[in-house]
Ligand binder design. Structure first.
Ligand code: G6P
Length: 368
């Protein structure tokens, strides 16, 4: 059933819309009121807690999912997290130690660079953890332990439902590692509550489909699209831009809003569309000031904000606004990426490109 399109025109469209279900299966049996139960990690939890550093390693969308997880993994575990694009780690032969935990994130579990980085980390004696969608994959066989994301088979070359399930699995991993810390218990409880209501909020945000189609038609002839995010949603900016470039074949860059003044601001004019992610979290007031600075340079803005927050973000009449449901701040990236997935999908269809098999790309890159 999973490998049929059903009533959808494309696999990517189907996979975007099945996220309330895929997230439910990701969490099934793992989420309890008292905490999370992750059988795949049980025996290594003590070693994980003692690690000096967590290194997230992946490519493409899987790397972006790990980046989305970084802030809450640091917060809930107190362990420093560093990020590695697999090919770059190999190019640099970056240092990895026995006291490190290396977490490999890969939908297919077969990406060549990620697997080579795994060999490298195993040689260095790090504890190697896999986060993958593919039972029996090389990644799941060769890591010391790990968690399957159980998102169901993903066919579209552009990863969508695997991304949100990867973030949720990493949230559960962070909750499991941090579960011995009394001081963060209320925070953990609120994240667990947030996780259980996430699928229904995802169903809600999917109702933006028609609005995103309309937005896509207004961007169809743009040459480029910037996406500004920060904090929990820096990854959302990178992943949203990646979706647009890989399927809609439009130049798009995700940018750290904190770096705006160090270059990107020079690009701003009346024509270049810029999506600014300004949902509620501790970076909200900084994002409001970014919006003001972009508006004062006549930027063409599309603002993503929390529902009912239009007046608080203070856009001018010329801005477009995407309102999304507000969830626990660290889970907001799961919600915020969905309108951008829909936007990339509709842009691709309207521009007449192949949605499920984008030019020059492969679902799984098994050669270096
Ligand atoms: C390819 C795919 C992407 C994917 C990346 C990593 O580039 O087109 O959608 O994110 O590989 O794949 P993985 O299976 O390791 O997550």
């Amino acid at each position: 059933e999973q490998i049929k399109k059903g009533s959808y025109d494309h696999f990517m469209q189907k996979e975007i819309h099945e996220q309330p279900h895929s997230l439910t299966t990701t969490m099934r049996g793992r989420l309890k009121d008292s905490g999370v139960v992750l059988g795949g990690l049980k025996e290594h939890l003590k070693t994980l807690r003692r690690s000096r550093r967590v290194i997230f390693i992946g490519c493409g969308t899987s790397y972006n999912a790990a980046l989305a997880a970084r802030p809450f993994v640091e917060e809930l575990t107190g362990i420093p997290v560093t990020m590695e694009v697999a090919s770059d780690l190999l190019d640099r032969q970056g240092p990895i130690y026995r006291e490190d935990t290396a977490v490999f994130v890969s939908q297919s579990g077969e990406t060549a660079d990620t697997l080579l980085a795994l060999e490298y980390a195993l040689e260095k004696g790090a504890l190697c953890v896999g986060v993958t969608n593919t039972v029996g994959s090389t990644l799941s066989r060769k890591t010391h332990c790990g968690i399957h994301i159980n998102a169901g088979c993903e066919i579209g070359v552009a990863s969508t439902k695997a991304y949100t399930s990867q973030i949720v699995v990493m949230a559960m991993i962070a909750l499991a590692i941090g579960s011995d810390q009394l001081s963060t218990q209320p925070r953990r409880e609120s994240i667990i509550t947030g996780l259980s209501s996430l699928p229904s909020h995802v169903s809600e945000v999917l109702k933006l489909d028609a609005e995103m189609k309309e937005l896509a038609s207004s961007l169809i002839d743009s040459e480029s699209l910037l996406v500004f995010g920060r904090g929990y949603n820096y990854a959302t900016a990178l992943e949203g831009a990646l979706k647009v470039k890989e399927v809609a074949l439009m130049h798009s860059e995700g940018m750290l809003a904190g770096e705006m003044k160090h270059g990107p601001l020079a690009l701003v004019d009346e024509n270049l569309p810029i999506i600014v992610i300004a949902t509620r979290d501790s970076c909200f007031s900084k994002q409001k000031s970014v919006i003001q600075q972009l508006l004062s340079r006549k930027g063409r803005l599309i603002i993503m904000c929390s529902e009912g927050d239009i007046s608080a973000v203070g856009p001018s009449a010329s801005c477009r606004v995407i309102q999304v449901p507000e969830v626990a701040d660290c889970l907001q990236p799961v919600i915020n990426i969905i309108p951008l997935q829909l936007l990339a999908y509709h842009l691709t269809v309207l521009r007449g490109f192949d949605v499920d098999q984008p030019r020059n790309l492969a679902k799984s890159v098994t050669t270096q």
